[in-house]
Design a protein around this ligand. Structure first.
Ligand code: PMP
Length: 289
């Protein structure tokens, strides 16, 4: 694992390109103490950032939900994403834009605090070949649940919401698993710690309604791709014991792309035709144009 603060490269920071190691914040940054951070995870394929404007829209919407305004236009942020890619000599890679409240106001009442934005990009290939991927990853059950929409700003990709994800992921890995399945506050199946879930039951895809967790951009893409192929997609509340009916299961996310699952706790899956179809179509969609 690299130290992400100690890499060569260039980061876009409040409108300027700065050397990677100089992209620093003050200790009393509001975002660090009170989680006033929204961020994105994007991928570039062959020089094109997949669904960039949708990511930028989500970043701006998240900032609005947290009560602040990003001091750039969406066009400026989109352009900056491409500039960061170019500055780091990347055509394929992962981008991490983030916005946060600065150090000029530290307290629960952040009115008037400055808002900062930065974008980093680095190479992050898919670690597994398609054949390896088809073996599937192993999930356990998470000890934490996704909160209700009136308990946390669940539509925002906000750093505060990731505390329960990092705790769940850390525990899963400590027990030898790859990831963990989180239920929601009602006890329905929700998602993994950083990716959405699909189940193949009787040749149809079932996925939880994204009413208290991120409606992933990859999730939305997969729903469209499956329907375009005539595969029925059903968004509904799913009880954990219904996992027993699923033949196949996979995760979707910008970083995870399409990742087949071999097990979730006591349930077993065999990645097959639907996983392969979605992997292929997602590859085609991300590499088109
Ligand atoms: N859920 C969580 C908690 C995530 O962090 C992510 C990754 N951003 C997703 C779902 C998938 O979202 P997307 O497909 O937009 O990357």
């Amino acid at each position: 694992m690299p130290d992400y603060g100690d890499l060569d490269g260039t980061i876009w920071f409040d409108g300027r390109m700065v050397p990677w190691r100089e992209a620093k914040l003050h200790y009393l940054t509001h975002g660090l103490h009170y989680a006033s951070v929204v961020f994105e995870g994007e991928r570039a394929y062959d020089g094109r950032i997949f669904r960039l404007r949708d990511h930028t829209d989500r970043l701006f919407e998240g900032a609005e939900i947290l009560g602040y305004k990003i001091p750039f236009t969406k066009d400026e942020i989109d352009q900056a994403c491409y500039e960061v890619l170019a500055a780091n000599g990347l055509r394929d890679g992962y981008l991490r834009p983030a916005a946060w409240r600065g150090s000029d106001k530290l307290g629960l009442s952040p009115g008037g605090a400055s808002v900062h934005v930065a974008i980093a990009a680095w190479a992050w290939p898919s670690y597994f070949s398609p054949e390896q991927k088809m073996k599937g990853i192993r999930l356990t059950h998470a000890p934490w649940r996704r909160p209700a929409p009136d308990t946390a700003p669940t539509r925002a990709k906000a750093s505060g919401l990731y505390q329960i994800c990092t705790l769940s992921k850390q525990q899963a890995e400590a027990q030898g698993f790859d990831d963990a399945l989180m239920l929601d506050y009602r006890g329905f199946v929700a998602e993994a710690t950083g990716a959405n879930l699909f189940l193949a039951i009787d040749g149809k895809l079932h996925t939880p309604i994204a009413d208290c967790f991120l409606n992933g951009i990859t999730r939305q893409t997969v729903i469209d791709l499956a329907r375009a192929k005539g595969v029925e997609v059903i968004e509904r509340h799913i009880q954990p014991q219904e996992l027993a009916q699923a033949r196949e299961a996979f995760l979707t996310g910008t970083a995870a792309e399409i990742t087949p699952i071999a097990e979730i706790g006591e349930y077993r899956f065999t990645p097959g035709a639907l996983c392969s179809l979605i992997i292929k179509d997602y590859h085609r969609a991300t590499h088109a144009g």
